[in-house]
Write a protein that binds this ligand. Structure first.
Ligand code: SF4
Length: 371
């Protein structure tokens, strides 16, 4: 097996990659703007999310919040509603926190240097490098999953790329190989190459502008790299929630704390089933007693919803419930009674949205009663 110390061809001195990028770059809305705010927004949305998914969200978000000031002044509920379905909601919360910080500390102008950008909530080394290089032409490197894969293959890097020592090595390479005069185009070209040509499976080496000098291709190892340790099996949790109606037919929903998973989004009251609960229904009754001092009687069960998060999986179980006793008219910033047709105005996570869809489907079949 070859070591990573063999010398690949430095791709900078000739213009193969930049020429390819100019010829092949996809026409994406954030590439048609010089507005640092719009570039920042795109970088945040593109973390963890596919380009085609991001485009409509990006355009809608910019129409509603065309600048940092409008985002900073917005209600978080509205920001989250626009983000609904994009996932990783801490990105939206941090984006707004950062917008407020920019208004207070930088007069409404995004800082131009990567080191300053990294002081804002939600902007790490990768995002800071991307924004500073693309919007302000600072010679700041980027290293995302796409760039790591390209570098690991160009250098035939026979190391686990999730190790921090390996990542340091790759960051150093990203800095060394950064194009001196066109850092923004260079960084975007590397990311685009990883996304479209040097793909995780079956890299398209014959179409690659960097094939000359790529050590992995020379050695026939492009399909084996990059190396990463296998991800551990994600644990599974059973979550139980109540679809609880009052005499007016309204349903009780609850806002999640802002600083947790899906923070600021709405859900249905409930919690996590524990091994010591006698049944899932008993778990639901315990959760509602502990969290909202409500006694409920579970009735019709809905089809459970399976959902995956980065580090765990859940099954969401739900029952239409009758209130046995408790503060039916409780109205606080954390809870709300809403008519079923009003649920669409609130932002929910993916599992709850699937649950609402199941509920409406069951109602049309006459096996549940949302209306
Ligand atoms: Fe990736 Fe193949 Fe290009 Fe090497 S030649 S960088 S393996 S696509």
């Amino acid at each position: 097996m070859q070591s990573a110390t063999a010398t690949p061809v430095d791709p900078r001195p000739d213009s193969r990659l930049l020429d390819w990028y100019e010829r092949e770059a996809a026409d994406l809305p954030w590439r048609r703007t010089r507005d640092p705010y719009a570039i920042w927004l795109a970088e945040v949305m593109l973390q963890q999310t596919q380009v085609n998914t991001v485009i409509p969200y990006y355009e809608r978000f910019l129409r509603r919040f065309p600048d940092i000031a409008s985002l900073a002044a917005a209600d978080l509920d509205e920001v989250l509603k626009l983000w609904e379905g994009l996932g990783y909601y801490s990105r939206a919360r941090n984006l707004q926190r950062a917008a407020r910080q920019v208004m207070q500390e930088h007069g409404g102008f995004l800082p131009r240097r990567a080191a300053e950008l990294q002081k804002l909530p939600g902007i790490g080394r990768y995002s800071a490098g991307a924004i500073a290089s693309i919007a302000f032409a600072e010679a700041a490197p980027v290293l995302d999953g796409n760039v790591m894969r390209v570098f690991a293959r160009l250098t035939d890097l026979d190391e686990d790329i999730t190790r921090s020592a390996t990542q340091r090595k790759l960051w150093a390479l990203a800095q060394d190989w950064l194009h001196p005069t066109r850092p923004g185009a260079w960084n975007q070209a590397l990311m685009e190459l990883g996304r479209r040509v040097c793909r995780p499976r079956q890299p398209d080496c014959p179409r690659c502008p960097l094939q000359k000098g790529c050590l992995a291709r020379d050695r026939g190892r492009q399909n084996e790299l990059p190396r990463r340790r296998p991800r551990p099996e994600r644990p599974h949790h059973d979550l139980v929630v109540a679809l609880l109606r009052n005499a007016q037919g309204e349903i009780l929903i609850q806002r999640r704390p802002e600083d947790g998973l899906l923070g600021g989004l709405w859900t249905f009251p409930g919690g996590r089933a524990m091994a010591e609960d006698a049944s899932l229904e008993a778990a639901l009754q315990r959760c509602l007693r502990e969290t909202l001092a409500l006694a409920v009687r579970p009735g019709t069960a809905l089809a459970p919803v399976q959902h995956g998060f980065t580090h765990f999986r859940i099954t969401l179980h739900a029952w239409e419930c009758a209130l046995v006793c408790g503060p039916e008219e409780s109205r606080s910033p954390e809870t709300a009674w809403v008519q079923p047709e009003e649920l669409g105005a609130y932002s929910f996570g993916g599992a709850e949205r699937a649950l609402i869809a199941n509920w409406l489907t069951a109602a049309t079949r006459g096996s549940a009663t949302p209306r």
